[in-house]
Design a protein around this ligand. Sequence first.
Ligand code: SF4
Ligand code: SF4
Length: 666
Amino acid sequence: MVYALLSSPRSLPGSVLLSVTFGEPLRFSAPEIATLLLALLASAGLFLWRFAPILRKIIRSKKDVDFSLHPLGRRVWEFFWEVLCQAKVIKQRPAPGVAHAFVFWGFLAFALVSVNHFAVGLGIGFLSPGSVFGRLYFSFVAAWAALVAISIAGLFIRRFLVRPIWLGKKVSYESGFIAFLIFLLMVSFLGAFFATDGGIAVKTLWWTHTLALLIFLPLIPHTKHLHLVLSPLTIFLKRNGFSKIPPLSGDEDFGLVAGKDVTQLVSLQAYSCVECGRCTEHCPASNTGKVLNPKEIILGMRSYLKEFGPAAKTPLLNEARDTVANTSPDNPADNYFSMEAAFECTTCGACEFQCPVGIQHLPIIIGLRRGATNTGVWEDTYGTKLFLALEKNGNALGLSASERDKFIQKQAFPIFDGSQEYCLWLGCMGGYDPKGREIIADFARVMQYLGTTFGVLKKEKCTGDPARRLGNDLVFQTLAEAGLKAFETAKVQKIVAICPHCVRTIATDWREYGIAPEIEHHSEFMARHKARLPKQPTDDSIVYHDPCYLGRYQDIYDEPREIVSLAGTLVEAPRSHERSFCCGAGGGLVFLGEESGERVSHVRAAELAATGATTVGTACPFCNTMFRDALSAVSSTNGVAAPQLLDIAQLTARALPPIPPPTTVN
Ligand code: SF4
Ligand code: SF4
């Protein structure tokens, strides 16, 4: 066997690697070429044999009725940013993220070298390691090989020895073996720089590298490394919009009931999960001892597809399966893929926000809820009471509409008649809940102080947010259509609301039935007018809690902080901005019964109180209601006074001079 000790300049300036040449076999015997060809065919064939059923399952899944490549520019940008730059992976977990990015970039750098590697074996190599370009390129790849080897070793140690809790208890030996193969690939490549003497060493390294590659390939489809193939596509194709709930495709579509309802995007996402556990690490339900584990929801979907396929009629959720004859005795999805888990979700969106491979948990979790609620499988006393209240009274608190009328009269709020600039949306909390009413009253004072004209709707019904998130499409549709009609009749042009859930639902979820007038959150309104709002000379330190539906859902982080900063010294909670920890109210859970495990609101309230701030600032009436009891409970446990709890409207209004309320009511 002959190896090249190429004679081109050995001392190019720069790195040590530039001064040595990559050792490459110059000739292969006919049996060697035949063996290589057979091995190549076997590896590629095995890969396809294992990958084809997965691809078939994805393709044969139901089409996504709302899928569109529009806007293409955003997709291209996200592909560049999240896939090529690995920005999300690095941002969310910097150390392992950088290690992962090195492995990914290293793979890209290796692409040409790997193709050339096999070409050399077949006698058609096109990249000469001895040429100036070859020296530069092989040295460049060698630097990456070193980085990849170090990174993969670090990731291996983290996954198999350190074992952070959110990676789960299951150990995937196949994944460990793949990590070893990647390490071997790098080491065998680097070794070839130091074995250029034409001996057996170079050939051995060449074959080691070859075999590692050929064994690696067919292992991909059945391990988490399948994300290498699928995740670029998943990120590029993911549904447009955060927590976007897709429309139902017709009268026979009730949500995710069985395999036949699983769409192509859901299948693709289920097979793309890299099992990193980022979703679980940030999930308030998982962090407070509940069954729900978003990673296991995705893996549960994958297990289901593996076991039953996309056309199956077997119910997806465990509890639903017990009610039908075709219950599988070998249920592949354990308790995690259950109705109990699905209905523990606060829809906070932390999972979807964190996922580095574009998996969108909320359409799946809410899809499962839709399947259970729309078909009557979900039976919950509180849920039933809530849906009845929404249907009968038009508000989630189940109070008579006359209660809202009395409040409007007491506050002397004008009725919107088209002459005012804004329609002030009260929402269920602002119209019926005592604390919510205080927030609305104070926000109305702020508007009056600023001289902004506003009116409220004579009749207003819930936006349908809790029905939407709990999967009751009929109730949601009725409320959305009624709301759209009310705005149209009153000729409303602009809406302002204190509740981010209302803002999100009106602006985004109602789109399925029509376009609502422009709506903004009161934090946006006040921030826009901040130059005219008083700066308060106070020692108050205020810790601001980012509501999930304002931050992650609408990317509004700065505006409420600008308002808080006018009222005191802004304090940041340990988990803030896009990493904010939920209050536990979302997804309709505020209206359901007791939580299992620790209460999410108590965990968050303790975290906020521990900052030592004198006030907790909120920007959502649901957060406010959750923290009311939670802060008292935390304070009685710790024996210290609870911080006061104020919405940003209340923080602003406390500095305003008394304003006489308008005397006329339309
Ligand atoms: S939306 Fe929030 S509560 Fe629901 S699974 Fe995701 S992280 Fe957990
Ligand atoms: S769903 Fe996403 S964040 Fe969660 S484990 Fe899978 S890849 Fe990681």
